[in-house]
Each structure stands twice: as C-alpha cells, then as structure tokens.
Design a protein around this ligand. Structure first.
Ligand SMILES: Cc1cc2nc3c(=O)[nH]c(=O)nc-3n(C[C@H](O)[C@H](O)[C@H](O)COP(=O)(O)OP(=O)(O)OC[C@H]3O[C@@H](n4cnc5c(N)ncnc54)[C@H](O)[C@@H]3O)c2cc1C
Length: 466
C-alpha cells in the first residue's frame, strides 16, 4: 500500500459487515479508519435489528414456557410481561454487545470516528461530525458497509405516533392491546410472535399468498398453523389502499375493500440500502432503485478501489453473512483476490415462536429439479430430551438422495431449531462422501439430547428405501 493517504482503507459503518472488514484489515497490517454515524458502534444489527428482536423474542418465549409449565404456573401464578418490561432486558443485552465490540476496535488500534461519511472524490471522504463540523479523510481504498433501513413509502405517515417501523417499534411508548403488522416477511413474522406472546391481538397482513414462501412448504404451513392456533389473524394477498392514523390508533383500508383497526401499526414491508447520503455520484457509482450496490465475487463495486458488503449489496441481508463478507472483502482489498468465499448453502434462522431453521434445498426445489430424494423425519414429541424440557412442538426433516444418500436439505421447526440445524449443516458440508445421512446412524450421540432427532430422522428415512 502507498502512504500518500491518511489511511490505507476507510470502512463506512460499524455493523457486522464493517466489523468483519475492519478486523480482517487490521489483522493484515492495514492502517484503517472506521466511520460510524450512530453514537455507538455495532450497527443496525446491534441497535435496531438482530440483537433487540432476538432478545425480545427470547424473553417472550421464556414467559410462554413458564406459563405453560404446570410445575411453575397455575391459575394463581401466571407471569405477565409488557413490551416495556422486556425492552429493559433488550437494552441490557445491547449495552453488553456494544461494550464488547468497542473492545475489539480498541484492542486492534482501529481509529473510530463518529459522524456521517460521504464521498467528496475518488479518495476523499467528507466526515460530518455530530456538531456539524466537517473533516476530510483520505484513503487508497474503501469498504462501504452502511447497511439498510426500513422502507418508507411516501403515502405512509411515519410521523404519526401510532405508526411504527421495525426501528421505531423499539421506542413503543404505550401498551398496545391490538397491533396490525403490515408485511409478513421474516421481520413481520418474528414481531407477530413477540406481540402474540405478550397477549396482544395481531392482524398480520401478507402481500403474498403464503408465509415466507422461500421456506420448504411444510415449514411455512406449520408456521401458519401455529399462528392460527395462537390467535394471529393472517390475511394473505392483501395490499393497503390507505393508512389512516387516528387519535387512538390506526385504520388500514385494504385494496380488497376490508378495513382493519388497531391501536398501532408496525409497517414491516421492505428495506432500502443506506446509500442516498454517500454522494456516490462523486465517485461514479450508482445504486439501484432499492439503494443497493452491485458487486463482483470479491465484493468490489464498479470502482475497483471501492468494496461493499452486508445489507447494502442485498441478498442474503443477514448479519451472519455480512460479517463473513466483510472478512472476505478485507482479504481481497489487501491481496487483490479472495481465497475464502461465502458458503453456498447459507442457513436460514427464523426466530418466530416456534423457531424455524433450514439449510440446503426444499422439497419443492428438489421436485422441480427432478432429483430422486427421500425424506427422513423425527417429531420432537418422541424425543426424551424434548419430553423432559416440555418441547413437544417441532420436527426435523432430512432430505437425501435415495441413491447416493447425500444430504440435500435439512428443515427444522421448533424451539432451538436455529441451533439444532448446525449439527446437520456440519455433516452436510463434509467432502469426499462424508455428507451422507448414514453418518447419523453410525455415530453415538449424547442421550438425551435434541441431537437425537438426527438419528431418529435418519433411521426413518433409510427405512423408506427399498
Ligand atoms: C428486526 C430485524 C431482525 C433481524 N434479525 C436477524 C437475525 O436474526 N439474523 C441475522 O443474521 N440477521 C438479522 N437481521 C439482519 C441484520 O441485522 C443485517 O443483515 C445486518 O445488520 C447487516 O449488517 P451491515 O453491517 O450490512 O449493516 P448494519 O448492521 O445496518 O450497520 C450499518 C451501519 O452503518 C452506519 N452508517 C450508514 N450510513 C453511514 C454513513 N453515511 N456514514 C457513517 N455511518 C453510516 C449505520 O449507522 C449503521 O450503524 C435482522 C434485521 C432486522 C431489521
């Protein structure tokens, strides 16, 4: 690297994408600066997205577990938590995460600046500090990791006190008895679980014809059933005509002629990349209509010295992937090429109640591809561990090639699914024929564990072969 600039690399954003890039760069000896707009590091992931929603979800799910267990709860003893109560737990987790991540930057001598970054020219960033003063920082290369924010259509008044998005819902200032959630993607479904778990009435308005259509259909059907069973009202194939904010709530007028009224609305339909304030025109870059940047396999934009990672490049828009993309981009920035690549089968973890997690192909994909696959299933209710902890709802499904026995997909529904999936994922990723379903019958698992689901599902699947 030349030393004509203040830094070798400037990273914009301190979410998982920016952190992965920053740590990868300093470990390779680069002089870097990280610019973060918010007064704390960690990004949307720590402050408005992954961490708060998972902490809320955990608190709700433990309350439900407690209330359903006759050992702890009966008609005289019943735990009741409000959104405000569980928010306090969330703040505690956020501050632990922030302190820990701040430590990573300090230990690795990364220069951190608080302020808004925008490009002034190909190698210069204008850094606007919170007091309005502006500094110029130069670097040879850049990594844009500025993330995304909730999409705000022009005809929805987000200044109305009862209309929230997935960021502002964390400042919910009243206790709702009834909420409309518009958008039944991952965020909408996760918040539907959280509110329903707090005994709030939920109307979930889905613009599509089924929930989370990218999932294996059985998983999506199971979620629909559990939502229905817990009292969530799902309306598929609906779009809003008008959203009317009134003094005591919100009325949603649907194009189908229906009207839904609730105490508040969580609008969770789509996200936009945070590229609008970067002055990309000054470096000859252009984002698409959703504010996203195009990159090549090394996360290089159309300008070879500018890289982009995380939500700002779109799919898969996950914290897990953003961190890895940052590390891979750091390698490419320094070495001119990246030997590491994002894995092909990125697992999906959906923290609804119950939880869902998948890796690999769905039955629908395999059928369309005409792959002769077989299915092995285990129901949680038949596992000793699940019976001990009262986790009767759930199942594990392994899809495998009926000739080679190669594992092609794993789909898990139920509490801890996002953890359980990783056992199967580790085997699925094995090379040289080690990725077959037979692994699960030829090994000894701890007993009683949820991992036993793999052995049960494998035996079930192998027994179907003839
Ligand atoms: C409700 C919700 C739940 C989620 N749950 C999960 C989950 O369970 N698992 C999962 O893997 N993912 C989840 N995600 C997605 C995950 O949060 C994102 O994929 C991840 O945060 C993306 O990381 P990032 O580094 O690209 O961006 P971010 O984490 O958004 O960080 C970007 C940072 O850049 C800063 N910034 C932006 N513009 C500028 C600028 N011009 N100058 C300086 N700084 C700037 C921002 O302030 C921000 O701090 C969830 C998201 C939401 C909203």
């Amino acid at each position: 690297m030349q030393h004509a600039y203040d830094y070798d690399v400037i990273v914009i954003g301190s979410g998982p994408g920016g952190e992965g890039a920053a740590m990868g760069l300093v470990k390779q000896g680069a002089r870097i600066a990280v610019i973060e707009r918010y007064h704390n590091i960690g990004g949307g992931c720590t402050h408005w997205g992954t961490i708060p929603s998972k902490a809320l979800r955990h608190a709700v799910s433990r309350t439900i577990e407690f209330n359903q267990n006759p050992l702890y709860s009966d008609h005289t003893r019943h735990l009741r938590s409000s959104f405000a109560d569980i928010l306090a737990h969330t703040e505690n987790v956020i501050s632990q995460q922030t302190r820990m991540r701040q430590g990573f930057y300090e230990r690795n001598h990364c220069e951190l600046f608080q302020g808004d970054a925008r490009f002034l020219d190909a190698n210069t960033i204008g850094l606007t500090h919170p007091d309005g003063s502006v500094d110029r920082l130069t670097a040879e290369k850049f990594v844009i990791a500025c993330g995304s924010r909730p999409y705000h259509p022009a005809d929805v008044d987000f200044t109305h006190p009862r209309i929230y998005d997935s960021d502002s819902i964390l400042n919910l200032h009243h206790e709702p008895g009834h909420v409309i959630i518009y958008g039944a993607g991952v965020i909408g479904c996760e918040y539907a679980s959280i509110f329903r778990g707090l005994n709030v009435k939920v109307d979930l308005i889905n613009t599509r014809d089924r929930l989370l259509a990218f999932l294996d259909q059985e998983m999506s059907d199971a979620l629909s059933y559990h939502f229905w069973n817990s009292g969530v009202v799902i309306r598929h194939n609906e779009e809003f005509e008008k959203i009317e904010g009134v003094s005591d709530g919100v009325i949603m007028h649907l194009k189908s002629g229906k009207k839904v009224k609730a105490d508040c609305l969580l609008y969770a339909n789509g996200r936009t990349g945070n590229t609008d304030s970067l002055s990309l025109e000054n470096v000859g870059l252009e984002a698409d209509g959703r504010g996203l940047l195009k990159v090549n396999s090394m996360y290089q934009t159309a300008q070879p010295h500018i890289y982009a990672v995380g939500d700002v490049i779109g799919y898969p828009s996950l914290a897990s992937a953003a961190y890895d993309q940052g590390r891979i981009a750091a390698q490419a920035v320094i070495k001119g090429e990246a030997t590491a690549h994002l894995i092909e089968d990125i697992p999906t973890g959906i923290y609804t109640i119950p939880e869902i997690s998948s890796v690999g192909k769905t039955e629908q994909q395999l059928t369309a591809m005409k792959v002769p696959y077989e299915v092995g299933r285990a129901q949680f209710k038949h596992l000793a561990r699940a019976q001990i902890v009262g986790m009767n709802v759930g199942s594990l499904k392994i899809l495998f090639h009926r000739d080679t026995k190669e594992i092609l997909g794993i789909h898990c529904f139920g509490e801890r699914a996002a953890e359980i999936i990783h056992i199967g994922q580790a085997i699925m990723e094995q090379k040289n024929g080690g990725n077959t379903i037979e692994y699960f019958v030829n090994t000894t698992f701890n007993y009683p564990t949820m991992a036993e689901a793999y052995r049960v599902a494998a035996l079930n699947g192998l027994n179907r072969l003839f």
